[in-house]
Design a protein around this ligand. Structure first.
Ligand SMILES: C[S@@+](CC[C@H](N)C(=O)[O-])C[C@H]1O[C@@H](n2cnc3c(N)ncnc32)[C@H](O)[C@@H]1O
Ligand code: SF4
Length: 443
């Protein structure tokens, strides 16, 4: 790794996370409800669907939070939102030609386990009424362990949930204080026990590296504690510090943030600990037990990436419901109004809440294939025309050994280059203007 410090100087650039291509900042407001309803009508009759429901409410604010969320404690507000989501599901179904099978459901947030049980029940009922949920469908929910008790665990099991992602971030008390997320290990352990007792066996744990006060030692200790809870998957997100978009993140700056070299050291400490315990690295930020479905998908080259990160879901159409939710169809993206009130107004008036999106050209689809293959498999096959266009941007990365051509048209990341895969992917992004779009850093 003698190249690392030179690479950090050259390549720690703001680049998209490529949960979509084109990245969300390149969606345009010309794509509205009419464009989206046309796209819904074109979904192929037999196409299975994947559904995402965004629930933006949380009990309190974590200072690092980059999600579309709002602190809320009012049951009536949360129930009104659930009714709007229910209405949106019904509306979308009227635009879709056939009754579709659903292979995967994900409730994300915010904190979908926060707020009244009746809201989650209403939304799940609407889904089951409008679509045929496959008996083996994955139904996953994000949960905050601070508000996860036995009652909620039983409720999730009764709803048909079969995977829970638990937000942990870091177990070190000073780090937790620095980010306003006080959550002792015993709280997480109790939540995990309740989920297992209720029969929920598939658990993911979310962690973040790049936070104030983290050291390679504290991060390794957090990983050890997380592994002790026996999750099937661990997501290790690089802290995305974007205070120009999320003003409350300024509070995290009260203590110094690790620089690029320190971030890489934190990631490496976490990665070493996870792999020493047999976890397999998946893409840029996920780790899975070797017998987990995601590890198998990665080995078989069937891993996918969407707005929730890496997924084993292979449905060609993802429908997003709720404020800010994004739908990803085979040749378009559509994003809902991120404002909770304006989203509810639109849906309440019987309109789809689409405010931005994009139709993909044939070239966009080819570039998306390349970028998603790089992000999922660390390699891709590139046609000669796109290779020629990317050549000037790729040249220094090839010369420095971050990636290499194999048999003329297959581009592969080297092992040392893998942390910079987003920089290589950006060479194929015809929308990305270096330095213009304000993304989080590459490493
Ligand atoms: C919607 S939250 C998970 C559920 C629940 N709200 C919680 O926090 O426990 C999704 C995950 O996004 C990650 N996250 C949030 N803000 C982030 C940021 N600025 N950078 C990186 N990851 C972030 C955290 O790991 C968090 O667990
Ligand atoms: S990290 Fe989770 S609990 Fe904390 S504010 Fe964000 S969405 Fe809410």
């Amino acid at each position: 790794m003698q190249n690392t410090s030179a690479w950090l100087q050259k390549y720690d650039l703001p680049v998209p996370r490529y949960t979509s291509y084109p990245a969300a900042p390149h969606f345009t407001s010309e794509f509205g409800p009419d464009a989206f309803s046309g796209e819904l009508a074109r979904i192929e009759e037999r196409s299975p669907l994947s559904l995402y429901v965004h629930v933006p409410f949380c009990r309190s604010l974590c200072w690092y939070c980059g999600c579309n969320m709002k602190v809320a404690n009012n049951t009536a507000t949360m129930m009104a939102y659930a009714a709007a989501v229910q209405r949106e599901i019904e509306l979308a179904a009227t635009h879709i030609a056939a009754r579709h099978k659903v292979e995967s459901i994900h409730f994300g947030g915010g904190t979908p386990t926060w707020g009244p049980r009746a809201g989650r029940e209403a939304v799940t009922r609407a889904i089951r009424t409008q679509f045929d949920v496959a008996p083996d469908a994955e139904f996953s929910v994000e949960a905050d362990p601070r508000t996860l008790d036995g009652e909620i665990a039983d409720e999730l099991a009764a709803l048909g949930v079969n995977r829970v992602s638990i937000g942990v971030q870091d177990f070190d008390t000073p780090v937790q204080e620095a980010i306003n997320r006080i959550q002792p290990f015993s709280v997480v352990e109790r939540g995990v026990k309740e989920l297992r007792r209720a029969g929920l066996r598939d658990l993911n744990i979310d962690l973040i590296y790049g936070l104030p006060l983290q050291t390679p030692e504290t991060v390794a200790r957090t990983i050890e504690l997380a592994i002790g809870l026996a999750p099937q998957r661990i997501a290790l997100f690089g802290y995305a510090h974007v205070p120009w978009m999320k003003k409350h993140q300024k509070l995290v700056e009260r203590l110094p943030l690790p620089d690029a070299a320190q971030r890489l050291a934190l990631f490496t400490a976490a990665q070493d600990t996870l792999t020493a315990h047999g976890f397999v690295q998946i893409g840029i930020d996920h780790f899975a037990a070797p017998d987990d479905k995601m590890a198998r998908a990665a080995a078989e080259g069937t891993l996918n990436r969407n707005f929730q990160g890496y997924t084993t879901d292979t449905s060609p159409a993802l429908l997003g419901f709720g404020a800010s939710a994004i739908s990803a169809l085979s040749t378009s993206y559509a994003q809902n109004d991120p404002g909770i009130d304006s989203y509810m107004d639109a849906v309440g008036n019987g309109r789809l809440a689409t405010v931005r999106g994009r139709h993909l050209t044939g070239e966009d689809v080819r570039r998306r294939e390349i970028i998603m293959n790089l992000m999922c498999n660390a390699r891709c096959t590139v046609g000669s025309d796109l290779a020629a266009q990317a050549a000037p941007a790729l040249a220094p990365l090839l010369a420095d050994g971050l990636c290499r051509w194999e048999n003329g048209q297959d581009l592969a990341m080297t092992d040392e280059g893998k942390p910079w895969v987003r920089v290589v992917a950006a060479c194929f992004d015809s929308y990305h203007a270096p330095g213009a779009a304000r993304h989080a850093r590459a490493v």
